[in-house]
Design a protein around this ligand. Structure first.
Ligand code: TA6
Length: 261
């Protein structure tokens, strides 16, 4: 690995086999790019995203913790994506990022007063990207949490895109779409004119599929023009809050594989 910048944000460049590269900013432990060994970028990031730590990055793989969307009393989609993580263990093709109470802004820590340790491991393999997200309760009382890896996958056009594995038959998206699929047990396959990706998750019980469509995307300050045509979010998620006992660890995994026809 090596250090680099993404906009004004310090980032870690993880090089895997055959020149595949992922970039992860310390702000949010946010993966913003994954270029596979064929030179193809697989992850969407908006040209209008703020990249200075003033608000969450629009695109990439936001880490959602400890609440999903507005389902809780705290920040929308939680504080992990707007906190600066520490780089931990790293080596050839992988890096781990950690966030604990100590890294939180004082107001954020006061609003969610639980001793926790969140670790995200990002590993770049041949035509594969792996995430391992671990939540540890480092305190003496249980706490509830939700989690997701809100992945923005790059596609060439919505009209050429289909998703298999979330419902009976193939799913097509034509405009705004926002749906939670509870109890996902199969692989999900995302096909577009750019080829196919197979997504496998463990620990995360659910999956969310989201695209803002034309009208909602125009209303987003950090998305421009027809950018909504060029991504679909497919998110391994744990939507309903889970209670984590003192000393316990929850682990969620996500593997993304390029499928060559
Ligand atoms: O995961 C889907 C979702 O919750 C949508 O409802 C949509 O609003 C999206 O996330 C993006 O949320 P954000 O807070 O990043 O604008």
């Amino acid at each position: 690995i090596s250090m680099t910048d993404f906009g004004a944000l310090p980032a870690v460049r993880i090089e895997g086999p055959d020149g595949a590269v992922a970039i992860v900013t310390l702000y949010g432990a946010h993966l913003v790019s994954w270029v596979t060994s064929d030179g193809q970028e697989r992850i969407f990031c908006s040209a209008k995203s703020s990249l200075d730590g003033s608000r969450a990055i629009r695109g990439g793989v936001p880490v959602i913790f400890p609440q999903f969307a507005a389902r809780g009393n705290g920040m929308r989609h939680g504080f992990a994506r707007v906190s600066t993580w520490r780089l931990g263990d790293n080596g050839d093709g992988f890096a781990e990022f950690t966030l604990t109470q100590a890294e939180l802004a004082p107001g954020v820590a006061a609003a969610w007063p639980h001793a926790f340790s969140l670790t995200l491991r990002v590993e770049v393999l041949l035509d594969e990207l792996r995430f391992v997200m671990a939540v540890r309760n480092a305190g003496t009382a249980p706490f509830p949490f939700s989690a997701a890896l809100h992945s923005y996958f790059m596609i060439d056009r919505l009209a050429y895109t289909a998703i298999d594995g979330v419902q009976e038959g193939e799913m097509l998206i034509t405009d705004k779409y926002d749906h939670i699929y509870f109890g996902v047990e199969r692989s999900i396959v995302l096909r577009s004119g750019m080829g196919a990706l197979r997504l496998d998750q463990q620990g995360f019980t659910d999956a969310v599929v989201w695209n803002p469509g034309a009208a909602d995307s125009a209303a987003l300050a950090d998305m421009e023009g027809d950018e909504y045509q060029h991504f679909v979010c497919i998110e391994p998620a744990l939507i309903e809050p889970v209670t984590l006992e003192a000393g316990a660890t929850w682990t969620g995994r996500h593997q993304i594989n390029v499928v060559y026809a």
